[in-house]
Design a binder for this molecule. Structure first.
Ligand code: FMN
Length: 374
């Protein structure tokens, strides 16, 4: 039984959750969650991009009955707002990803679990047995990691594998003011799932690499190419979603490789500055795979219901939230995650109706315009 502290129950906006989370998290926890690369431009632009687009409301439509429900890879969810994979959630709550997964399942939407989670895959699936879950994966030199995570995710009823493809190299964090290099990784935050059955991992821990950072940095030094998608498809029949696509060309290559979904994402601006805000390249990606059997989702900078509506209007099937869910978790455990999701749900519902639309699966692209149209 996971408890909520009640510390977030009176909060009513996403911004209030952000401020309260900053007060409640340890300094290390806040630094880790808030980290962004370089001058933080991509991070800031990912949020600011939503202001570059406007909603062009339709009028005099009957909007009494509205529906937010949709599907992702054929699985029903109550709204097109899902939770992105994010690492080390024990900074925010003792029950970590299990608490997040519970809050997300209570909102009847998709939870994507990071392979750098501090809860185990089994814990996450036990806490919310009916919830829809996908498993995120990084590829290391030692393919036993991927095999173990995939096998465990399959066993625990996860419905897709999300392969993050925007980190071919381990980033150099040393010049990054508020970066992940500044926090000290508690052994409690060790990525539980990656240590399954691999003796070298225990050896690394014994020799002092308690959080496995050096081990994984070494593991990261291996090429990752489109051949790996073929390999991944050979070890699982779960659908594969690629996370971290920012161009139409990459989207086409992904479709050619036979993936089922694409997440347009800049990894929350955490690892490279100077890459685009995901919202700005969403239309390009959507056009590139039009007519192909690939669903397109996006994340980065979603902070309100109108943000969600803009992303849907530009062609996303659903959006993911990263930091806002962590703020919810830090403020009030599963109830906090659920509250953040319900704030966004209510805002989206209102924005949808006021824009003269009734169904999230049927938003005309003419509803959204770049501000320059004025
Ligand atoms: C603290 C933190 C940890 C993250 N860890 C992962 C991860 O393990 N795997 C991954 O694919 N993305 C990871 N991400 C990126 C998120 O999945 C997502 O792309 C990003 O947070 C979306 O932007 P937003 O925070 O503005 O909503 C992480 C993001 C944060 C904030």
């Amino acid at each position: 039984m996971i408890t909520s502290s009640g510390k977030g129950t009176s909060l009513t906006t996403i911004e209030e959750f952000r401020r309260r989370a900053k007060e409640l998290l340890t300094e290390e926890g806040w630094l880790f969650y808030n980290a962004a690369a370089g001058q933080r431009s991509t991070f800031q632009e990912s949020v600011a991009a939503f202001d570059r687009y406007v909603i062009r409301p339709r009028i005099l439509r009957d909007v009494t009955h509205r529906s937010l429900s949709t599907t992702v890879l054929g699985q029903p969810i109550s709204m097109p707002i899902c939770v992105a994979p994010s690492a080390a959630q024990r900074f925010a709550h003792p029950d970590a990803e299990a608490a997040s997964a519970k809050g997300t399942a209570d909102a009847d939407t998709l939870y994507i679990m990071s392979s750098f989670a501090s809860s185990s895959i089994a814990e996450v699936s036990q806490i919310a047995p009916g919830g829809l879950r996908w498993m995120q994966l990084y590829l290391f030199r030692d393919r036993r990691f991927a095999e173990n995570v995939v096998r465990e995710a399959e066993k625990e009823g996860f419905k897709a594998i999300v392969l993050t493809v925007d980190l071919p190299l381990w980033p150099d964090f040393s010049s990054n003011e508020s970066s992940t290099s500044r926090y000290h990784y508690d052994p409690n935050l060790r990525p539980t799932n990656l240590a399954l059955d691999i003796p070298e991992v225990n050896e690394a821990i014994r020799s002092g690499d308690v959080n496995l950072r050096h081990y994984f940095a070494e593991q990261y030094k291996s090429p990752k190419t489109w051949d790996d998608i073929t390999w991944l498809k050979s070890i699982t029949s779960l659908p594969i979603v690629l996370k971290g696509i920012l161009t139409g060309e990459a989207a086409q290559e992904a479709a050619d490789a036979g993936v089922s979904g694409i997440i347009v994402s800049a990894h929350g601006g955490r690892y490279m500055d100077g890459i685009p805000a995901p919202l700005d390249v969403l239309s390009e990606v959507v056009s590139a795979v039009k007519g192909r059997d690939v669903e397109v989702y996006m994340d980065g900078g979603i902070r309100s219901g109108t943000d969600v509506l803009k992303a849907l209007g530009l062609g996303a099937r659903a959006v993911l939230i990263g930091r806002p869910a962590l703020w919810g978790l830090a403020c009030d455990g599963p109830a906090g995650v659920n509250k953040v999701l319900s704030i966004l749900r209510n805002e989206l519902d209102l924005a949808l109706g006021i824009s003269g639309c009734t169904n999230v699966q049927d938003i005309p692209s003419s509803l959204i315009a770049r501000k320059s149209y004025l």
